[in-house]
Design a protein around this ligand. Sequence first.
Ligand SMILES: C[S@@+](CC[C@H](N)C(=O)[O-])C[C@H]1O[C@@H](n2cnc3c(N)ncnc32)[C@H](O)[C@@H]1O
Length: 318
Amino acid sequence: MKPARKRKNPYEAGVAALNFRPEQDWEVEQARAMYTGARFPFDVDRVVFADCLEGMRRLPAGCVDLVIADPPFGIEFDGKGSQYNRKDDLVVDGYKEVDGDYDRFTLAWMSELPRIMKETASAYVFSGWTNLKDVLVAVDKVKLAVINHIIWKYQFGVFTQRKYVTSHYHVLFLAKNPGNYYFNKVEHYPLDTWDIPRTYRPGQEKNGTKLPEAVVYRCIDFSSQPGDLVFDPFMGNGTSATCAKARFRHFLGFELNEKIRGMLEHNIGAVQAGDDYLPYRTMLPPAEELARRYPAVRKALKGKPPHAAPPPNGDGER
Ligand SMILES: C[S@@+](CC[C@H](N)C(=O)[O-])C[C@H]1O[C@@H](n2cnc3c(N)ncnc32)[C@H](O)[C@@H]1O
């Protein structure tokens, strides 16, 4: 029997992470210049209070770099149930549910996506498991390619007696052209399972369905560049707008619920462009942390200065 061939570079846990650098990265001033220098043939950085089905038809072809879509749930949901542990008077009324069949609604709005997406654009579509079938059928019909099927696990769901507690969401990562979509690998080992708690902001007014910023930042960071246009057909609280702005991206979106207007505009106005922008390399785990976790990293770092890997996030670069 032949002896097993030795790998030239044997895999050592942590060492690849230590040596990893994001594919594309920009200093703060570079990102700001890309943001301020971007030009669009229509008004951006606004939320239009209208039905997204109509609104999307009026957008020019190939204008969007990234879609983030968190459609209504298609269940009798007003975000106010006691099971959500929310104070009703802080939850804004008028969340618009789907009129009619969920499959028809889903196919209708998704049919507009391929036309408005740039050739390199991608889309993140959120869905609970109960609607997933309709969303997957629509994805096939409109001929978008599924690149990843991401599971977002949040820390708890609605209490149950006779079944398991639902504590995950499906996030479909879709491309218009699977051979040519923009993807910036900003982490060494980005899993398709995202363990991100829902954020609670006691005492703040909200529409009951807000996505955590950390979830939206992942979509923006991996799938767009500073200055790009992020489109959200279902703005809700405006999380994709505030996250886009905070990361030096432009945004455009629709929302049917007029009662949300004040809160949404307040949320967007409270963020300055680039507020939450840092070069990606500064967000990687620092060498010290990798050294604590991996013996091979400790070995690799022996004799090297302690900052062989990037400094931790928030190191005062700005
Ligand atoms: C699940 S929520 C979005 C939450 C949002 N991602 C956030 O983080 O706040 C869906 C939103 O879509 C809105 N909506 C429902 N049908 C719509 C339509 N046809 N056009 C535009 N907005 C719609 C609802 O009023 C609701 O605010």
